[in-house]
Design a protein around this ligand. Structure first.
Ligand code: XUL
Ligand code: CO
Length: 479
């Protein structure tokens, strides 16, 4: 091919690609009736032809499209793996993720997408989502209201759009026996929420958010969801110079109390979950981490009404390990759900990657086992394909890999428990408290005068080794 022809071809392919990328953009929030006109929810045949139902083949399998460690029906530590793990697919990452980032256009061109945010497209996408879950063998899903249905020009129109999609989801759920693990309201993307939703200084925005959560709670209940999540993406501040923090926190508490009241009013028995995150998109988010969220719940008399959804990547953003956040939630009776993902140690933001670190998964599963599972919560893959992963099969491979990693973590915890050495090391470390004086202190009766007398009698204590390296060796030997 001559140079000039090659150049023409390159320019033409670039223009085609740009057109495809431009067509990927969604309709504006105040949806113009023309946006997506002509689109159809019809689809001939399967959305994922050539992808089989994913089966367990064991650790020797070399097939990417098979489970090596996750064997749903296998009993481990007295429960089926599927009941320990209660996996769910996050609709937003899996079906609304475009691969776009602040520097670049979308990269994913899924065959079923027509580039619109129309109702017809929302229906077609929902059908693809159910085929995806069935093939994967996952029987739960998670969604934001606005992921699944487009905004209308008014709240009434938006709610009508949502009802139409929810009706289809309900029908597909009936055909597949798949249910929501949780639903939530998207209170961060629309410009009206730029200063926050429940913490916006504008009363009409607070009211709008209330109306949106009311509807999202009702829809989650209607679909048989087992939990409802509050992630306060913009409930925080960019600068304290223009912020009345006390007032905003009080508004947030009142908002959450009203959600509790509405949940009871409609007879929704699902668990309400708060998902902490320290920042992004705000400079400071009020639900910074588990401990901050717990103290907020205590201060406003909301404990007992809420549990916590720990997201591993949010944990690391707050300067903790995921294990720390899980244990903080667990020992306070607050561990309700896990958004299983991970960040990148060299990157400072929420990269929402599938968790594939076996050591990390073993620590996560040790908290889950100590908690005797997460039900009615479970695991949500709040994780997305990398921008550069553009094959349809990558959607499956990512989930299989994430599920196998958690399953492997569970198997490792069973090994650690069976071996018993690590538990014994911890028990021994505290055995001095299994004495008369230790029991007195633990019962809150260790007054300082009695303890001073004891010290005078005992002399200088002999302090044993912490055995950290041995603990690490025992842990590693199970991986
Ligand atoms: C954002 C995040 C959300 C919540 C649901 O970081 O984790 O997707 O899980 O709103
Ligand atoms: Co999340």
């Amino acid at each position: 091919m001559k140079g000039a022809e090659l150049l023409t071809l390159l320019v033409a392919s670039f223009l085609c690609l740009s057109a495809a990328i431009a067509a990927q953009e969604t309709c504006p929030a105040d949806l113009d009736a023309k946006c997506g006109d002509g689109a159809s929810d019809d689809w001939e045949g399967e959305f994922f032809p050539g992808i089989p139902k994913i089966k367990y083949e064991g650790p020797t399998s070399k097939k990417p499209l098979s489970y090596k460690w996750y064997n749903a029906e296998e009993v481990i530590l007295g429960k089926k793996m599927k009941d320990w793990l209660r996996f769910s697919v996050a609709f937003w990452h899996t079906f609304r993720g475009t691969g776009g980032d602040p520097f670049g256009a979308p990269t994913k061109v899924w065959p079923w997408e027509d580039g619109t945010n129309s109702l017809a497209m929302a229906k077609r996408r929902m059908k693809a989502h159910f085929e995806f879950m069935e093939k994967l063998g996952v029987d739960r899903w998670c969604f934001h209201d606005r992921d699944i249905a487009p905004d209308g020009k008014t709240l009434a129109e938006t709610n009508a759009n949502l009802d139409e999609i929810v009706k289809l989801a309900k029908q597909l759920q009936g055909e597949t026996n798949i249910k929501p693990l949780w639903g939530t309201a998207q209170l961060f993307m629309h410009p009206r929420y730029m200063h926050g939703a429940a913490t916006s200084p504008e009363v009409k925005v607070y009211a709008y958010a209330a109306a949106q959560v009311k509807k999202a709670l009702e829809v989650t209940h209607y679909l048989g969801g087992e939990n409802y999540v509050f992630w306060g993406g913009r409930e925080g501040y960019q600068t304290l110079l223009n912020t009345d923090m006390k007032r905003e926190l009080e508004h947030l508490a009142n908002f959450l109390q009203a959600a509790v009241d509405h949940k009871k009013k409609i007879g929704f028995n699902g668990t309400l979950l708060i998902e902490p995150k320290p920042q992004e998109p705000t400079k400071h988010q009020y639900d910074w981490d588990v401990a901050t969220t717990f103290s907020f719940l205590q201060k406003y008399g909301l404990t007992g009404e809420f549990k916590i959804n720990v997201e591993c990547n949010h944990a690391t953003l707050s300067g903790h390990s995921c294990h720390h956040e899980l244990e903080t939630a667990r020992i306070n009776g607050l561990l309700g759900n896990i958004d299983a993902n991970t960040g990148d140690p060299q990157v400072g933001w929420d990269t929402d990657e599938f968790l594939t670190d076996i050591s990390e998964a073993t620590l996560v599963m040790s908290s889950v086992v100590k908690n005797d599972g997460l039900a009615p919560g479970g695991f949500n893959f709040d994780a997305k394909l990398r921008r550069e992963s553009t094959d349809v099969e990558d959607m499956f491979i990512a989930h299989i890999s994430g599920m196998d990693t958690m399953a492997r973590g569970l198997r490792n915890v069973a090994k650690l428990i069976e071996d018993g050495s690590l538990d014994e090391l911890v028990r021994k470390r505290y055995q001095s408290f299994d004495t008369e004086i230790g029991a007195m202190i633990e019962a809150g009766k260790g007054d300082f005068e009695t303890l001073e007398k004891k010290v005078l009698e005992w002399g200088e204590p002999i302090v044993p080794s912490g055995k950290q390296e041995l603990a690490e060796m025992l842990f590693q030997s199970a991986l």
